[in-house]
Design a protein around this ligand. Structure first.
Ligand code: CUA
Length: 320
């Protein structure tokens, strides 16, 4: 952003500085040793380039002290990189619990975003500054990768899976969004903008162009329309298990294993229900693989996730 040339993209997220510091540390270490080694190679090659026929060098039989030093120092540096890198990695990988969720679907060749409020965007993503945002990312066709350089975040969008990314924008602005995984002829055109807005402006943006319904209410409609509701009754009296309070909880399977009902499990259970059957139920549900679009699947996931409180009885829980 701005007119001045910078070597690096703007640091526009809370993690950007930490990522860059680690990067510059590793670059400095690498640069230092490259210069030392290259310098020695050149210096010694020049210094010893010619010798007399009878000039025989001393016969050296190793040096314990030297060996300890050149093992210990690189080990120490590598451990610093490991501990530092791991801490940055975990901070990047684990979204805060209160993060605002947005669903992203990659498709040749566009990025679709669905907010819980029901707002939909294509090749754009509006987010508030100062709020952790968690993206739940999937793909409708091939592998893509969601990449926001200014936030120093990148994650693959894999068909049949939900991957997550989180960031907290620290600076209002418009930032580049790229697909960072070759996905066909228009791969280079699969770009967009991430607009980080001051919270008040973001609220204004939300209040403009009011959507027909929230993501969970669209999901509830889809749930009824597909007929899911006839078997998955909230009170558990149907032929299929009630989905109330299921999300994030361990589920007993017919084969005796226990599975955590996360996004990937719910997704698989909709697309290919025979893969994991809940204990005490018959595998009667038809597979929705190829029968439901990724956009509608996302609404179903949001709806099922919203069924957290048994008291809610099918009413969509709060979106905020
Ligand atoms: Cu999508 Cu490259």
């Amino acid at each position: 952003m701005g007119g001045t040339f910078t070597l690096f993209p703007t640091q526009a997220s809370t993690m950007a500085g930490r990522v860059d510091n680690l990067y510059f540390f590793m670059l400095a270490v690498t640069l230092f040793f490259s210069v030392v080694v290259a310098g020695l190679v050149v210096t010694l090659a020049v210094k010893y380039r010619r010798r007399k026929a009878d000039d025989v060098g001393a016969n050296i039989h190793g040096s314990t002290a030297l060996e300890v030093i050149w093992t210990a120092i690189p080990l120490l540096i590598a451990m610093v990189m490991f501990v530092w890198g791991t801490s940055v990695y975990f901070a990047l990988a684990k979204p805060p619990a209160e993060a605002m969720e947005v669903y992203i679907v990659g498709k040749r060749w566009m990025w679709k975003a669905q907010h819980l409020t029901g707002h939909r965007e294509i090749n754009q993503l509006h987010v508030p500054v100062g709020t952790p945002v968690k993206l739940l990312i999937s793909s409708e066709d091939v592998i893509h990768a969601y990449y926001i350089p200014a936030f120093r975040q990148k994650i693959d969008a894999v068909p049949g899976k939900t991957t997550t990314m989180w960031f907290e924008a620290s600076k209002a602005g418009t930032y580049q969004l790229f697909c960072a995984e070759y996905c066909g002829t228009q791969h280079s055109g699969m770009i967009g903008k991430v607009v980080a807005m001051e919270p008040r402006e973001f609220q204004q943006w939300l209040s403009g162009g009011a959507p027909a319904g929230t993501l969970t209410s669209s999901g509830e409609q889809e749930f009824a329309m597909l007929g899911c509701v006839t078997c998955h009754r909230d009170d558990g009296s149907g032929r299929a298990p009630s989905l109330v309070g299921v999300f994030g909880k361990p589920q007993r399977m017919a084969n005796g294993t226990t599975v955590i009902a996360d996004e990937s499990y719910l997704r698989e259970s909709i697309l290919n229900p025979q893969a994991k059957v809940v204990q005490g139920y018959q595998p009667l549900m038809p597979a929705y693989q190829g029968q439901i679009s990724e956009d509608n699947l996302v609404t179903l996931l949001a709806y099922i996730k919203s069924l957290e409180k048994p008291a809610a009885k099918g009413a969509p829980a709060t979106d905020e």
